[in-house]
Design a binder for this molecule. Structure first.
Ligand SMILES: *Cc1c(COP(=O)(O)O)cnc(C)c1O
Ligand code: SF4
Length: 398
């Protein structure tokens, strides 16, 4: 019998997704069994208390490099010192998701599709999370009657043909709850597409049990997008999870976030995309990092992302290439020369798919781009995020 020394777990415990959830690492003493914690990390653990919680499944913790503070897995989930430094452009809700929620946790920004945040709980808390304002926060948990209210809104809105179950992470729900939710959605005639956004195949791959796959299969077509960011995450366990989903007929896609110092080089991104294809997971989006407060150290110039895409497209299988996009309050914008109009000082100006103009605060710094984006005057009608908005506020974490 194998044992896992940091947690003294048996094989049977280690491969049980609920055991992984119950034994998450969220105190310094346990963390110290996995990594040599740096002073910066100790400081950030204290300084982020009550602002943004952290917790790590033992499985994901075991992928961290014990001695390298730059380890990409570690930077994902262990609070980092720059998180608590002032961040002048970072905001709480850059996509105005709250303003687009007709009922609690249901983001209706596109006419035909909704993002339904069925829970605020995740298995780990990614330090750059787009929904940092709400994940891990008890106020954004959904009671059954609140889930029913959101389902009622979808039922009464025939324009909605595509429902994305997200969060938080919907797969922290029990099989019975997932079965119930999918059944309710399937009973609505105008809901054609049901998809799930979940990071559990990456951070707790044990969650993808044959029983869960049987539930998903029952409600087909069910699509699932997961969230791998680095080749280190492509383990035999993750591969098994992806294979079980694919064998159950679930088309699996991947949404990555471009993160400075984690995956912002062509070799890493190419290895990630090709590794995903090997797992039968289709790279779908590469998101430009959002202006979330406390994540300035993870953002890249947009030209850098465009350069990276040029290094990948045409140099690997076409279906290994994701679309590089920026999410805005006016929807996702492909970051290609068709949409990016130019740079106006510290802003990149783009035309959204709705025809509006968006100016993303995005300093070039000393980066020397290969992709030439013309310098243009700021169009007066371009909208942008308000600068000087509060860096970060968060209710007490649960
Ligand atoms: C991204 C997103 C979707 C899904 O968009 P696709 O481009 O169809 O994958 C749906 N709703 C919201 C609010 C989103 O941000
Ligand atoms: S799993 Fe997804 S929703 Fe949860 S913290 Fe990470 S990025 Fe955010």
């Amino acid at each position: 019998m194998t044992t896992f020394p940091q947690h003294n777990a048996s094989d049977e415990e280690w491969t049980d997704w609920r055991w992984q959830m119950r034994h998450r690492v969220n105190d310094e003493a346990t963390l110290a069994r996995y990594i040599r914690i740096t002073d910066g990390e100790r400081h950030a653990i204290k300084a982020t208390r009550g602002i943004f919680r952290w917790t790590i499944t033992p499985y994901y913790a075991s992928l961290m490099d014990a001695y390298d503070p730059q380890c990409p897995v570690r930077q994902h989930v262990v609070p980092q010192a720059p998180e608590v430094e002032p961040d002048i452009v970072g905001v709480v809700d850059p996509l105005d998701e709250v303003g687009h929620s007709p009922v609690k946790n249901l983001v209706h920004n596109y006419p035909d599709k909704v993002a339904f945040c069925v829970t605020s709980e995740c298995a780990v808390y990614c330090r750059y999370c787009l929904r940092k304002r709400m994940v891990g926060d008890a106020d954004y948990m959904m009671r059954k009657d609140e889930l029913r209210d959101a389902l009622g809104y979808i039922r009464e809105t025939p324009a909605i043909r595509d429902v994305l179950l997200t969060g938080g992470d919907p797969l922290v729900f029990s099989d019975a709850n997932i079965d119930w939710l999918l059944g309710e959605l399937r009973a609505i005639p105008h809901v054609e597409v049901v998809r799930i956004g979940s990071r559990l195949p990456v951070v707790n791959p044990m969650r993808i049990t044959p029983e869960l796959c049987a539930v998903l299969q029952k409600h087909h077509p069910v699509w699932l997008n997961t969230h791998f960011n680095h080749p280190k995450e492509l383990t035999p366990e993750a591969s098994g999870a992806a294979a079980r989903l694919a064998d159950a007929g679930v088309p699996v896609g991947n949404q990555s976030v471009l993160l400075a110092g984690i995956n912002d080089d062509a070799a890493t991104l190419k290895a990630l995309c090709e590794g995903l294809v090997g797992l039968r997971v289709r790279p779908y989006y590469l998101y430009h990092a959002q202006l979330i407060g406390g994540t300035a150290h993870l953002r890249t110039p947009i030209e850098k992302g465009m350069d990276l895409m040029r290094e990948i497209r045409g140099h690997t299988s076409g279906f290994a290439v994701p679309a590089y996009v920026l999410d805005t309050p006016d929807g996702k914008v492909p970051l290609t020369r068709d949409y990016v109009l130019g740079r106006s000082g510290d802003h990149v100006v783009m035309r959204t798919t709705r025809g509006t103009l968006w100016a993303e605060p995005n300093p070039l710094g000393d980066y020397q781009p290969l992709t030439s984006v013309p310098e243009i005057p700021m169009p007066p009608e371009a909208r942008t995020v308000p600068t000087g908005a509060p860096t970060f506020v968060h209710a007490e974490a649960v």
